[in-house]
Design a protein around this ligand. Structure first.
Ligand code: ADP
Length: 322
């Protein structure tokens, strides 16, 4: 293998740049040229590609976002556009790909492999940590620390005004961000797709906590399918209980910022391992981690399964927030 392509796709995540850097520097050290494909599958279809050199990777390990930009492409869902993408890759001399993204991006990578025989290795980059087959994804640690910083600040004002605050975090269909941030931030309730509670039950628990002497409460809720649902919950709590409930939606700030040490190290390890895996002849695999070990998991297994949130953490938060 003499030339490979790398791209970031789907939702951006802090640490993607550290992964790109690791891919480029590992490959170039092995005398392999690296082409950066801009905006994920958009750039693949529109032939937006640029060579990535060793020195281009200077000073990006600490930067959030992705220097390659990212994108979502509806066209790529159609076979004729995937054919166009594969022709562009082949005429650029690209013999293999490293895809940095979430499970949607991996589905695209799988299609390229099965339809056009382009070898591809996936690296899991998403703040949601919702990729099956790996403990961690690049960006998750940074996102939960960003959310935690906000929750710590919100607790000050919740406490001063004796208020209930509903803090909505990201995570699409996954409750990973909510459950981790909830435990770390000492939340009184954590609501996730795996832990849906009726409003009456939430109010009962808030009232019980008041009787135990609590004057303020933080409810962390995952955005789920409908970002902004925290407003509906706050309305219901106010109307049914008379408690003063405020909302804070953390939103896209959770995607940005300088990656934590954990994310930079994970991204560096995954990026380097992905290149070694690709040049050893492997394909259609994701590099992930189980504990301290890096693992290879077939993309077929990754994309056919769902990763469910950790309900033990939700139980722990409940036990500890007495
Ligand atoms: P993520 O990778 O963060 O999960 P998305 O789900 O938005 O992000 O997927 C990113 C892109 O991957 C989509 O815009 C689309 O171009 C491509 N993609 C997703 N699913 C498929 C699929 N089943 N077949 C081909 N391409 C896909």
């Amino acid at each position: 293998m003499k030339k490979i392509g790398v791209y970031t796709s789907g939702g951006d995540a802090p640490g993607m740049n550290a992964a790109i850097r690791a891919v480029v520097r590992t490959a170039v050290t092995k005398n392999i040229e690296v082409i950066g494909i801009m905006q994920g599958y958009v750039g693949m279809i529109e032939n937006k590609m640029t060579p990535l050199l060793m020195r281009d990777m200077a000073n990006i390990i600490q930067r959030g976002g992705t220097i390659l930009k990212t994108g979502r492409s509806l066209e790529f869902l159609k076979p004729e556009f995937r054919k166009k993408a594969s022709e562009n890759l082949k005429s650029a001399g690209i013999e293999g790909l490293i895809c940095i993204g979430g499970d949607g991006s991996f589905r695209g990578a799988q299609a390229l492999f099965s339809e056009h025989k382009i070898p591809v290795i996936g690296i899991c980059g998403t703040i949601d940590n919702d990729v099956f087959g790996t403990d961690d994804t690049i960006g998750f640690d940074t996102a939960i620390n960003t959310a935690l910083d906000a929750i710590d600040k919100i607790r000050d004002t919740a406490d001063s005004h004796d208020r209930v605050f509903i803090v909505e975090v990201m995570g699409r269909n996954s409750g990973y961000i909510a459950s981790h941030v909830g435990v770390a931030g000492g939340a009184e309730e954590i609501l996730t797709p795996e832990n849906i509670l009726p409003v009456d039950k939430i109010i009962d628990r808030l009232k019980e906590s008041r009787l135990r002497g609590k004057t303020s409460s933080i409810i962390v809720t995952a955005e789920g399918q409908k970002p902004g649902r925290a407003y509906d919950l706050a309305d219901a709590i106010r109307k049914k209980s008379g408690l003063d409930a405020k909302v804070c939606i953390l939103g896209h700030q959770q995607r940005g910022g300088s990656p934590t040490a954990h994310d930079r190290i994970l991204a560096s390890r995954l990026g380097s391992a992905a290149v070694l895996s690709l040049i050893s002849g492997k394909s259609n695999m994701m590099i992930g981690n189980r504990g301290a070990d890096l693992i290879e998991v077939s993309l077929d297994i990754v994309t056919k399964n769902e990763k469910h949130g950790d309900v033990t953490l939700i139980q722990l938060a409940k036990t500890l927030s007495v």
